[in-house]
Design a protein around this ligand. Sequence first.
Ligand code: BDR
Ligand code: CA
Length: 310
Amino acid sequence: MTKPQLLIDTDPGVDDALAILMAHAHADIAALSVAAGNVGLDHTVRNACTLRDLLDASFPVYAGCATPLVRAPEEDAAFVHGADGLGDVGFPEPQAVAEPEAAALALLRLSRERPGELTLVALAPLTNLALALKLDPTLPQRVKRLVVMGGAVTGHGNTGKIPAEFNVGFDPEAAHVVFEAFPRFDLVDWEATLRHGFDDGEFDAWLAAGDARAKFFGRVFRTARDYNAEHDRRGVVAADALAMAVAIDPSIVTRSETRAVAVELDGRLTRGATVVDWANRLRRPAQARIVLEVDHARFAAMVRKALGAA
Ligand code: BDR
Ligand code: CA
């Protein structure tokens, strides 16, 4: 089987880091395009470069938008990922540097150079993708698949706007543009993430058995792990890792529902919510394959290998 070719839009980010380790272990990374989200763009770009150094890889890194399309965000996620986005470990300045081309332009160029080949994996607020779509609405025709980590499909979000998930809630207008433009995509939401955690002891055993990647992840993961423990999130939950598993191997999905999904752009309490037409009441085209369950053992095997603990 030929390896999937991945174009990864990301805001590293601790769970983004794990997802990128998985992509490197199981697929080919065509490029990382980087957005602001978990922390500011200067940090997320630097973290992407730190990850490239760790993997001794040569994929290009492109910096994207420093702010959402329209409104300034109300919150970032530094309280989970650390002020620098990678657990405040204090890594040295990376050797890798970002390319001069803007992320949205690089996404469009790569899709033209390799039409039908690339799976787009969106692990961040959707600002870069939305900008690319505004520049060239034909982008979806040239992408093999789109997998989005985002949303909370029954309103159990993870932000100050109760039903909103972070990636969609950080830039709702961008998510709206992307959800309207792609006729089909896989949606891996926050609620699926919570259903697919790993047992703490099992995960610690992988970290202990793994190589330099496990050592790295063990260090960057501490802040997020402490936050999760304090907030009653049991086990190891890694949203972007779950989305990456679906991007690498769609056959890992064991239960899904395909429905029309829209983004709430207003709403005093609900801006950024993903609204699913579960009963097809509006008869709109159902564009999102909502991932409900994946094969947990296969997901675990993918993560183990990415940590060098297989
Ligand atoms: C998503 O938000 C970010 O904090 C994570 O990196 C992930 O992409 C989860 O809601
Ligand atoms: Ca992310």
